[in-house]
Design a protein around this ligand. Sequence first.
Ligand code: TXA
Ligand code: MG
Length: 331
Amino acid sequence: MKSDFVARGSAPPAQQEMAADAAGIAEAAHILRHGGLVALPTETVYGLAADATSDAAVARIYAAKARPKSNPLIAHVTSLEAALGQGIFSADALRLAKAFWPGPLSLVVPLAPGATVCAASRAGQQNIALRVPIHPVALAVISAVGRPLAAPSANRSGRMSPVTAAHVARDFAGEIDLILDGGRCPVGLESTIIACLEEPPRLLRPGGIARKDIEAVLGHALGEPAVGPVRSPGMSHSHYAPRAKLRLEAAKLDNGEAGLDFGGIFGESKNVLDLSPGRDLAQAAANLFIFLRDLDAREPAYIAVAPIPCEGLGEAINDRLARAAAPRDTH
Ligand code: TXA
Ligand code: MG
């Protein structure tokens, strides 16, 4: 199969941005079928997608993100049926998939014998993270390609996940083949990741589906990630690093600080953005990365962050804030 895209050879690809309409989706599918990289919207965050069955295509994701090859990628498929061809689902895994797919949940399961997702996408592991997104653009692109798509968040390793096409363009100016602009991602936080490799399933990353909703479906508590390398490899570093230092659980603003408010405790001020004046955690999640980037661009030394309850989506919000506040590692 030859195409214009492949024929350009080693010349750097001209990055284009297209609306996520029928023409944009068709172009995305064409590029992906020929080994290219496309940033596309999902309900959680923008993903940097490639053909998950191609080692060469997946290698381009690792290179563009400067991501360690030991950090596996989530394979995105259109249905539970397609996921069953890639992974082996325990009774709990099936229960979770049926309850929350399509949606912001990723399940890590043992690799199925006939799986087509390549070793590079799995970082060589014999298990695989799978997700069926609910965003219509993501679903349309995967189904037009007809293969699973590997898609990490479309940010450079160590930066905040993008929730708009403009965020993606800032991290990857001219380096990827296409950005599909589908507007803002509605959930605004990455998927919840559950490892279904043993009993009980373990929570590897809090995210767009709250722990209590998952535990209600399971009928029992989730296990915590073991300390050490069993965790999701990508969660072992400080992540989501803004330039400013974050001061968490701030009761009031100090002089010169920007403020990331929740529930209006800081009062009105020009460098204050309120994640949710009405204390709605889904709204706060949807605004989190947008507001953090917006405040950071104003170049304050500190961003004070109002306390956010740790219930529901608050667990994932607090997890991302803690990572954003953590000392930078060298990675
Ligand atoms: O919402 C999301 O999950 C977004 C959208 C684009 O789908 N994707 C995303 O991918 O957040 P990424 O690569 O930024 O984060 C995926 C996390 C990483 O921490 C990675 O280590 C972990 O999932 N992961 C992937 N495969 C795994 C596996 N087989 N075992 C354990 N952890 C895995
Ligand atoms: Mg990521």
